[in-house]
Design a protein around this ligand. Structure first.
Ligand code: 13P
Length: 262
């Protein structure tokens, strides 16, 4: 079944934070509030070590589970890596792929991102594919070029059917963890470019339904104005997803914005 952007999609990427006890505490608080979140799709993306424990807590809950990365092989001598079947086994439905931190520190490239997307899809894991420009690229007006290249190379070889199972996250690198957020207009400019490209390449029906997330210093007080934009379907939240209160507020603001624009 195709994924659609009918609901606000709010995902919390915890990055390298939270031990198992802390993860359990945070997810338990979110679960208590889940009835208020039913009009959004809410995903927690903890470190690998907490996945299993969180899955147990989320049994029967509408909250979803995702992983922060994966390797494209199913199994073998790849010390330190985690495969898509392992993530499925741990209860994941989503996997972040090509986050800028992985591109910057761990050698992920558009080529490896492409392999990871295909490996995720082969196991029915929904890839959340991250793209975005650096400050230098923005200042030299290379934003659209950069995003276009990452989209083209990252999604190479994917058909319409595949694309109906992929989520894109636009995360300008200069806005990640810096407190600098793209303005709604700056973000929407890129999101609408991405939407146009997807419609051009995969047809209107598929392209118009793809979830395009914004990420980069999303906080409770900027979520509403970002998600009010036509092509911003949700948020990939870093720092503000580490506390139940702020993450819940973000989800509620997302729901409110979505209600008003649809
Ligand atoms: P921050 O919300 O901390 O800026 O992180 C964004 C991000 O990288 C989410 O993947």
């Amino acid at each position: 079944m195709a994924i659609t952007n009918e609901k606000a999609f709010i995902a919390g990427n915890w990055k390298m934070h939270k031990n198992i006890d802390e993860a359990v505490e945070l997810v338990s608080s979110l679960k208590q509030a889940e009835e208020e979140l039913s009009e959004a799709v809410v995903v927690v993306i903890p470190p690998f070590t907490a996945l299993r424990q969180i899955k147990k807590i989320l049994e029967g809950s509408s909250l979803k589970l995702g992983a922060q990365n994966l390797f494209w092989e199913e199994k073998g001598a790849f010390t330190g890596e985690i495969s898509p079947p392992m993530l499925k086994d741990a209860g994941c439905e989503y996997a972040v792929i090509g986050h800028s931190e992985r591109r910057q520190y761990f050698g992920d490239t558009d080529k490896t991102v492409n392999k990871k997307i295909k490996a995720a899809l082969a196991q029915a894991l929904v890839p959340i594919v991250c793209i975005g420009e650096s400050l230098e690229e923005r200042e030299s007006e290379q934003t659209i070029n950069k995003v276009e290249t990452q989209l083209r190379a990252g999604l190479e070889g994917l058909g319409e059917e595949d694309m109906s199972q992929v989520i894109i996250a636009y995360e300008p690198i200069w806005a990640i963890g810096t407190g600098l957020t793209a303005t709604p207009a700056q973000a929407e400019e890129v999101h609408s470019f991405i939407r146009d490209k997807l419609e051009e390449n995969y047809g209107n029906e598929i392209g118009s339904c793809v979830i395009i997330l914004y990420g980069g210093s999303v906080k409770p007080d900027n979520t509403y104005s970002l998600l009010k934009e036509k092509n911003i379907n949700g948020a990939l939240v870093g720092g503000a997803s580490l506390e139940a209160d702020s993450f819940l507020q973000i989800a509620k603001q997302g729901i409110k914005a979505y209600k008003e624009k649809t």
